[in-house]
Design a protein around this ligand. Structure first.
Ligand SMILES: [Zn+2]
Length: 334
């Protein structure tokens, strides 16, 4: 069993780099969770452990101690860059040879990630970072774009782009450790360009539920599936697709009365939709997080309140938030 330790950089009181309305700690966690899901949904023969799975403060020592005590085979630390540059780069510990195992692993990660993203290639480097130095197994640190660079930040605001970054990481890890694909049994080893469809579907239902503020656990998905007449839910790709379509259709579950709640639909043509904390004025400069309707084929929310004209309160994966739905935005009231 190959042990993969994923380390989303920063967290809690340590935001990491900030810029363009983004915080590094949120992006690194989102990417790492996606890497974990892709690995677990599409590959066998490994275990994943994460230094953190929530937004919490964690020392560098706690991160390396966690990996060292567990006996991880690979330490992957995920970061976002800042400081007047653009593009992707990665690091191994400066005390290592550029031809050793860790460097070879880094090269595979680098190639697989660059295949998935359209970042400028800043190459592979060495650094004396704590997590690279104090981890007792091969370790890599990836810097996925510059949060303070407008073009990079625009990419990082797209959940679909974070998916691509994660896919590159997962494929790199799978290639390094030659993890067998879950699809490989029974199809004569033809896994060449098969995309991880199971993973993406599971992944989008989880993301969708989070985006509408619903519990995305397996138990709740099973409950929802039942309410929409999907029997014996085990989380197959087909069931997830049916459930996602049922939820997005806005239809009420078959066994409950139709709701009379007013709702708003954000169209699939919108790649991002600014949201605002309830305690700030809903003007552009105060937006610190965006929804991504395009990534979900549109999003529909219950309107919980309308605190200003054309500004409504909705429940999102980050709690209650305000959004602007003026006539020029393309939002539709249902
Ligand atoms: Zn960082």
């Amino acid at each position: 069993m190959v042990k993969i330790y994923l380390d989303p950089g920063h967290g809690g009181s340590d935001t990491g780099a900030v810029g363009n309305g983004l915080q590094e700690k949120h992006l690194t966690l989102a990417i790492a969770l996606k890497v974990r899901n892709i690995l677990n949904n599409n590959y066998r023969g490994h275990q994943v452990r994460m230094s953190r799975t929530t937004d919490r403060t964690l020392s560098l020592t706690a991160r390396t101690n966690g990996a060292n005590r567990w006996g991880a085979d690979y330490f992957v630390s995920i970061h976002i860059n800042a400081g007047a540059g653009t593009g992707y780069e990665d690091y191994i510990y400066s005390g290592l040879s550029n031809r050793g195992t860790t460097a070879q692993y880094r090269q595979i990660m680098h190639e697989e990630i660059m295949k998935q993203v359209d970042f400028q290639n800043r190459g592979s480097n060495q650094a004396n970072f704590h997590v690279l130095r104090e981890s007792t197994m091969p370790a890599v640190l990836t810097e996925n774009g510059f949060i303070d660079h407008a073009t990079d930040a625009a990419k990082l605001k797209s959940d679909a782009f974070l998916d691509q970054i994660a896919l590159g990481h997962a494929r790199g890890i799978a290639k390094i450790f030659q993890l067998p694909s879950k699809n490989s049994s029974g199809n004569s080893g033809n896994q060449g360009n098969k995309s991880p469809s199971t993973g993406n579907e599971t992944h989008s239902i989880v993301d969708y539920l989070k985006s509408i503020g619903e519990d995305s656990s397996f138990a709740n998905r099973a409950k929802l599936a039942k309410s929409y007449g999907i029997q014996y839910y085990t989380g197959t790709a087909a069931q997830n697709t049916r459930l996602l379509n049922a939820l997005k259709s806005g239809k009420s579950p078959s066994n409950s009365a139709p709701k009379s709640t007013k709702r708003v639909h954000l169209p699939a043509s919108a790649s991002t939709w600014r949201t605002y904390r309830l305690n700030v004025k809903p003007v552009k400069k105060n937006s610190d997080w965006s929804l991504t309707p395009a990534a979900f084929g549109g999003l529909t929310y219950d309107i919980l309140a309308e605190p200003y004209p054309n500004v409504v309160t909705i429940q999102t994966g980050r709690g209650r938030r305000n959004i602007y739905i003026g006539p020029e935005t393309g939002a539709r009231r249902l």
